[in-house]
Design a protein around this ligand. Structure first.
Ligand code: KG4
Ligand code: ZN
Length: 331
């Protein structure tokens, strides 16, 4: 069995997979504390990981009806993410592996989001395109095999999830903003306001900073009362602009590469309107279940299958890496 840990942000996650990639358990312990601060407080996240990680691993093993005796590989997120949060998972994984002299597979978080696509029903065979849209990253990648991933486009400023979170905050919604904004938008008209959809002819890059500013100005121009009255329309129109920006790049990338299959990953891929819009594209579209889109350890276990594991004790000095966005994928 593969035991996988993921602690790159504010969810404490553990999962058990069989060696051929079948998910036996996928435990996600949301810390549920950061909303009062309007965002993730790194130091608070690290402390909560410390408190929750043992229970998450125990739960993952129990739900998979297995024990540490059956574990043959420990997989863990090495980066990118909050470095203190990553270190809790990495140290814990090293401890679990070293105690039994097991090998350890260090996994890149974004490779994890790509690998989640392989856990979708009717996952395509490579080559295919994958859109990763999370709180920290927005990337359009080409997947030629589990080990060969190349970046075709990336965000030039904010990530799509950041656009959701910041827009939600402007509308007075709690953190995390994505799910809250999606809920509010359900009652609204996506055509009520025209928000900018950044378009650069031929390009596959993204930009969301202008959109965020445009919402800020719109709310200011309407005034507090009118903005509150029109909150559902504002949310629906703003969400529509993000969904269109993402879906149109996918469409363009399919046309430019001639590829016929597409998967989605990252927290924003949990968004209902985005899922529906992308499913309507003329391609084989496979989207993992929502709990495999947002941060989870099952995707880390899935990605570990394409990583050369490090033998005991060579991994004991391994460090986490906090960033990776503009240099991704790592060498
Ligand atoms: O992949 P993820 O769980 O963590 C990171 O690696 O960042 O992504 C979190 C991001 C947050 O910005 C959150 O607001 C967004 O994904 N998100 C959503 C939805 N669920 C999570 N955005 C839009 N609609 C959702 N339903
Ligand atoms: Zn993520």
């Amino acid at each position: 069995m593969i035991l996988a840990l993921e602690t790159s942000c504010d969810d404490t996650c553990a999962a058990v997979l069989t060696p051929d990639g079948e998910v036996r358990s996928n435990v996600i312990s949301s810390q549920g504390i950061h909303d009062r601060y309007g965002g993730v407080v790194p130091e608070v996240a690290s402390r909560h990981h410390l408190e929750l990680i043992d229970a998450a691993v125990d739960d993952a093993l129990a739900r998979a009806d297995t024990t540490l005796d059956d574990v043959t590989l420990v997989a863990v997120t090495r980066g990118p993410g909050l470095v203190g949060a990553l270190l809790v998972g990495l140290s814990h994984a090293k401890g679990l592996a070293a105690a039994r002299e097991l090998p350890l597979a260090p996994v890149d978080h974004l490779h994890g989001h790509v690998a989640a696509g392989a856990l979708a029903d009717d996952a395509p065979e490579p080559p295919f395109l994958c859109l990763i849209a999370s709180g920290g990253h927005t990337l359009l990648v080409r997947v030629d095999s589990a080990r060969e991933v190349s970046v075709l486009g990336r965000t030039l400023d904010d990530a799509a999830g950041e656009a959701f979170d910041k827009g939600a905050r402007t509308l007075g919604l709690p953190y995390p903003g994505g799910p809250a904004l999606e809920r509010l938008a359900r009652e609204g008209d996506p055509g009520a306001f025209a928000f900018p959809i950044a378009e650069r002819v031929g390009a596959l890059d993204f930009s969301f900073a202008g959109l965020k500013t445009s919402l800020l100005y719109k709310v200011r121009d309407l005034g507090e009362d009118a903005a509150r009255e029109r909150a559902t329309d504002l949310a629906a129109s703003y969400q529509h602009a993000i969904v269109e920006a993402l879906a149109r790049r996918c469409e363009r990338a399919l046309a430019q590469t001639g590829l016929r299959a597409l998967t989605l990953g990252g927290g924003v891929a949990a968004n209902g309107p985005l899922r529906a819009r992308v499913e309507s594209l003329d391609a084989h579209v496979a989207i993992p279940a929502r709990e495999l889109c947002t941060d989870n350890a099952a995707m880390i276990g899935a990605a570990a299958r394409a990583v050369d594991p490090l033998a005991f004790p060579s991994y004991l000095g391994l460090d986490a890496y906090p960033s990776g966005g503009s240099h991704w994928p790592p060498a």
